[in-house]
Design a protein around this ligand. Structure first.
Ligand code: TYD
Length: 206
């Protein structure tokens, strides 16, 4: 069942720089008068934002982490994403289920089969129309993270963790190549913005 709106997600390891480009796209589309819903995961509803706080700051075992992330996602889908897509909006979402496969799956080593089962239950077939994967070496991403900022539970993890997360994202892309567009994020902001514009235009979303 295809909904009238369009669902675009943005992914990448911490420090990949995706936020700047989501901001630019949101602003450009709002200026065109489009119905844009800008949101993020974990989060996007009052309940899901509370779950985000727990996931980012409290210690827990990998299954608890995966269940909380999917609980937040379920509420977000029911309250925000599905209604927006049903009325024909453009939904720009900073991270979605690919992040769970990359961080909880590849990064933490949690069973992918369980994540696939949760994905099926929670999403009931709904997938993004397009996913922009901001790919770059973890060392470059780490150097971009603000030194002054207090790292959350994920940002504090080591380079080997982010190598696994990066590989996890690329595996997801290999399994669903039509949905993904890989952005070479180890480039100037101008060049990255150009890649984003091209990817959006190629899908006919510009
Ligand atoms: P992020 O999106 O980078 O937000 P900010 O820019 O405010 O730091 O942070 C969210 C973190 O949550 C990020 O480290 C990845 C992690 N995460 C998961 O581990 N699993 C998930 O399913 C999602 C959506 C995010």
């Amino acid at each position: 069942m295809s909904l009238p709106g369009r669902f675009i997600t943005f992914e990448g390891i911490d420090g990949a720089g995706k936020t700047t480009h989501i901001d630019a796209l949101e602003q450009a589309w709002r200026q065109q008068g489009r119905d844009v819903v800008r949101t993020r995961e974990p989060g996007g509803t009052a309940l899901a934002e509370k779950l985000r706080e727990l996931v980012l700051h409290d210690s827990m075992d990998p299954l608890t982490e995966a269940l909380l992330v999917f609980s937040a996602r379920r509420d977000h889908l029911q309250q925000v994403i599905r209604p927006a897509l049903t009325r024909g909006a453009w939904v720009l979402c900073d991270r979605f289920t690919d992040a769970t496969f990359a961080y909880q799956g590849a990064g933490r080593g949690f069973e992918l089969a369980v994540l696939r089962q949760l994905e099926t239950w929670v999403q009931e077939g709904l997938q993004p129309d397009l996913t922009l994967l901001f790919d770059l070496p973890p060392a470059v991403a780490a150097s971009r993270l603000q030194a002054a900022r207090q790292p959350d539970r994920f940002e504090a993890l080591d380079a080997a963790f982010f190598e696994r997360v990066r590989a996890g994202y690329l595996d997801r892309r290999s399994s669903q190549p039509d949905r993904f567009c890989v952005i070479q994020a180890d480039a100037s902001p101008h060049q990255v913005a150009e890649q984003v514009r091209t990817a959006i235009a190629e899908r006919g979303f510009a």
